[in-house]
Design a protein around this ligand. Structure first.
Ligand code: DSN
Length: 484
């Protein structure tokens, strides 16, 4: 209509239209892919528990010339000249992070959650092993050690013990999974969950810790749908002389939003806490380490000891996202995430789905799809055909391993950002159940049932995709962004 055509463009629309025009002049396929990604995200029901939608302000803070600057080192102590603006950016991001989480120290340089965990491992090894070794040898620098002393220290550094949650119970690859670098740097042992309830068994963790005596006790998860009592985990760590490290990547937004408080807030209990910034926290892709003051000097050496040069543009975006998370409405948002996840779990269980631990008290729900007679791989693909984006995930003691799996992990942060509430979550649960109930394993090339091939009638998939799209039409994504 004429009125709409003449209405002024929003600042975000103008910014993105101009930016994409500039990109398209050099490599139009990249501009097209960026446009297409927005269209895909607008049209699909995004239920990946580790994804979200960052604000336009956060996204725009990333696309600029801060990316052009090298700034190895930390604020005020860089290996390059000319870092005054990066110092400003990093200081603001770290200050916001400290205020938001009540942390003694914040290190905002890690590029991802895995990087943040590597910084934490490095810092604990440096503090707990390297420091005393240098003291014993009476030298100030590793380079001053004799070759024999250095080799002794290397053996100690390379053979420390880590106790973390097993991958199939919901832990992360970096919590000591053998094929991962953490499982190679450390002698590792895992704790799981109770066979009957699926819940973390603190007595079993304590027993394992007493027997194994880890240097690092890792708490935190990627696929465990319940709260963890970090006060108890710290007691266990203290009893065996371990450092408690919490990886809160998945639930950082629930900590920032004060849904997880007291015993369930890791920051007052753990010596070191790592996170990503793009999951429930709703920031840019990236990582961060929070720690107590005595670890700060080691954590701050993360770059260049473990990390490449900091991504200054990403630190700028972290600062913007943390400023947003400090607003009172972020707390309401965090509570809505949990309400929505509970509504999803209840909607699924009411329709007969098997949900690990019979519910959730965080942002995610783990569906055991074996009761539908399919693997996680079948379910993930069938749901994608129906416009529902999820990821397959192991369930505890999964007979199908980590590739095919028996589970689907879903999470509420992204749809909550979009504005969907508990009534819509029940509808989402209905759509998921409809697809899973109609999906069947199909034979592979050898005629035997395949763990990957499946059959789902096109009409079921297209009906569900249409209903998902109708549901989403009421909750526009990035409503201020019109690419024309
Ligand atoms: N990839 C993240 C997740 O999906 O949980 C963890 O690394």
């Amino acid at each position: 209509m004429a009125a709409a055509a003449s209405s002024p463009l929003s600042p975000e629309s103008a910014a993105y239209r101009n930016a994409l025009e500039t990109v398209a002049a050099v490599e139009p396929r990249i501009a097209d892919a960026i446009r297409s990604e927005l269209a895909d995200q607008r049209e699909s029901l995004k239920l990946i528990a580790s994804e979200n939608y960052a604000s336009p302000a956060t996204l725009l803070a990333m696309g600029n010339w801060l990316s052009d600057k090298y700034a190895e080192g930390v604020i005020g102590r860089r290996f390059y000249a000319g870092c005054r603006n990066v110092d400003t950016v990093e200081s603001i991001a770290a200050e916001h992070a400290k205020e938001l989480f009540g942390a003694e120290h914040a290190y905002v340089q890690p590029h991802s959650g895995i990087d943040a965990n590597l910084v934490a491992f490095w810092a604990v090894l440096a503090q707990r092993v390297e420091g005393p070794a240098l003291e014993k040898a009476q030298v100030r620098h590793l380079n001053n050690l004799s070759e024999a002393d250095w080799f002794t220290l290397r053996r100690e550094l390379g053979n420390q013990r880590m106790l973390g949650m097993s991958l199939d119970a919901g832990g992360h690859l970096t919590h000591g999974f053998r094929p991962n670098i953490s499982g190679k740097m450390f002698d590792q042992r895992s704790y799981g969950t109770d066979r009957e309830t699926g819940l973390l068994d603190y007595d079993a963790v304590r027993e394992a810790a007493r027997e194994f005596r880890p240097l690092i006790l890792v708490a935190g998860y990627s696929a465990y749908p319940r709260k963890v009592n970090f006060r108890i985990m710290r007691e266990i760590a203290d009893e065996v002389g371990a450092t408690l490290m919490v990886d809160m990547a998945h639930f950082a937004g629930l900590v920032a939003g004060k849904v997880f408080t007291g015993d369930f807030d890791p920051v007052p209990h753990a010596q070191i806490v790592t996170t990503t910034t793009h999951k429930s926290l709703r920031g840019p892709r990236g990582g961060m380490v929070l720690c107590q003051q005595d670890l700060a000097e080691y954590v701050d050496k993360g770059c260049p000891m473990v990390l490449g040069g900091p991504l200054s543009h990403a630190m700028a975006a972290k600062a913007v996202a943390f400023a947003e998370a400090r607003q009172p409405d972020f707390q309401a948002y965090a509570q809505r995430i949990v309400d929505n996840a509970k509504a999803l779990a209840e909607g699924l269980m009411r329709r007969g789905a098997k949900v690990v631990t019979d519910g959730t008290d965080n942002h995610l729900v783990l569906i055991d799809v074996s009761s539908y007679g399919v693997t996680g791989r079948h379910a993930e693909s069938a749901l994608l055909d129906s416009g529902i984006v999820t990821n397959r995930n192991s369930v505890p003691r999964d007979p199908n391993g980590a590739w095919y799996t028996s589970g689907i992990r879903i999470g509420a942060p992204a749809l909550t950002t979009r504005g969907l509430g508990t009534a819509e979550m029940d509808e989402v649960a209905r759509l998921i159940h409809t697809v899973l109930a109609e999906t069947k394993p199909a034979p592979g090339p050898d005629g035997k049932p395949s763990k990957a091939r499946y059959a789902l009638e096109d009409k079921v998939a297209s009906d569900v995709a249409r209903q998902a799209s109708e549901l989403l039409a009421n909750f526009p994504l990035y409503p201020t962004v019109d690419l024309g």
